[in-house]
Design a protein around this ligand. Sequence first.
Ligand SMILES: *Cc1c(COP(=O)(O)O)cnc(C)c1O
Length: 371
Amino acid sequence: MSALREAVVDLDAISSNVRALREHVGGRRVIGVVKADGYGHGAVAAARAAVRGGAEMLGTADVTEALELREAGITTPILSWLHDPEEDFHAALAADVRIGVSSARELARVVDAASPDRPALVHLKFDTGLSRNGVARSAWGDVVDATATAVRDGSIDLDGCFTHLSNTSDDDDRDAIRSFDEALDLVRSRGLAPRMVHAAATAASIALPESRFDTVRLGIGMYGFSPVPGIGAAELGLRPAMRLVSHVAAVKSVDPGSGVSYGYRYRTHDRSTLALVPIGYADGVPRQASSLGEVSIRGIRHRVAGRIAMDQFVVDVGESPVEVGDEVVVFGDPATGVPSASEWGAHADTIDYDIVTRIGRRVRRTYVGFE
Ligand SMILES: *Cc1c(COP(=O)(O)O)cnc(C)c1O
C-alpha cells in the first residue's frame, strides 16, 4: 500500500553523517543530539544510528526525552540540559542520565536527588553570551563553589563543562570561547577536573576549529544538513536522512483561468493539468511556502500552485504526464535532483531544522538502512 504521506528515514545516512563529521573534527568525541524526536526523524532510531556512526553519548533537551531512550533499551550515556523548574531528578539519576546544570537552583535539586552511593553525573553549563540557559556570568562563582562543595560531599561527580554558541559571527563565537575558557579556569581553580569539555554544535564543529575542545555536539549535521552558509552538506560528505513523499490523489484537466486553492492565489494560464497532493501544513509542509515550494514528480519539478492547505495542495503540471498514484517527493536528497528541506526552509523564511522537526503525526515514518 502506498502511503498518503510518508517520511522515509535512511538510518545509514545518519550513521554515515556522524562518521563524516567525526572525521572532520579529528576524531573527537561526539554527542549525538536527538532532542525533539530526533529532529523529527524518530529519537530511538536516530539514537541507535548515531551510536553506530560513532557517537559516544546522546543529547536530549529534557529528561523526559532521555527516559524514552532508556525505556527503548538504549544504554549509551545521555546528557539532558533543559529542565522543568520543578524537575524531580530522581528518575533521571536512577536511569543514569547525566544532567546539564544551568543554575544554583538546578544544582540544589540535583544534589537533593543524589545519594553518596550514587553521585549525580553533572555537566555545568555556562552562559557565554547566548543569554539562554547556562549559568549567568554573575553567578559563575557561586555555582562553581556550590559544585565544589557537592563534589567533596560525594553527591556530585563533575563529568563535564559546556557552553553553547550563538553562531552570530566567528568573532562573536571566539569571544564566547574566551569567556568559556575563563569559566574553565575558574572551575579548575576550585580543584575540579571535568572529564569532558564541549562548546561546538554542528556549525562550529564544521567552521570553527578552536571551538571543538574534546567533544562536539552534533544535531542537524547528523541528519544531513550544513548550517554553515557557503559550505554545502554534500561538500562535507553529508546527505539528508529524511525523504518526505506523498502520492498524487487526483488529476484533472481544467480551462485557462481556473482558480486554484483558497483565495485563488493561482490561476491557470492555459488548459492545464492539475495534480492534487494530499499533504498539507498539518503534516509540516509550511503554508508560508504557498506558490513557492517545489515538488518532484517523475523526476520533474513542479511548483505549488496557490495556497498550501491543511491537508493538501495542488501543482499545475502543465502538459507533463502525471497519473493518480504517482510518487510526489516533497523533499529529499538534492543530489538526486529533488528539492531539499533547506529549499523549503528558504521558501518559508525559516531553516531546514524547522522543516524536518515539524513533520506531523499523520505522516508515517518508515525506516530504511540498518534495522
Ligand atoms: C540543539 C542543540 C545542539 C545541536 O545543535 P545543531 O545546530 O543541530 O548541531 C547542541 N547543543 C545544544 C545545547 C543544543 O540545544
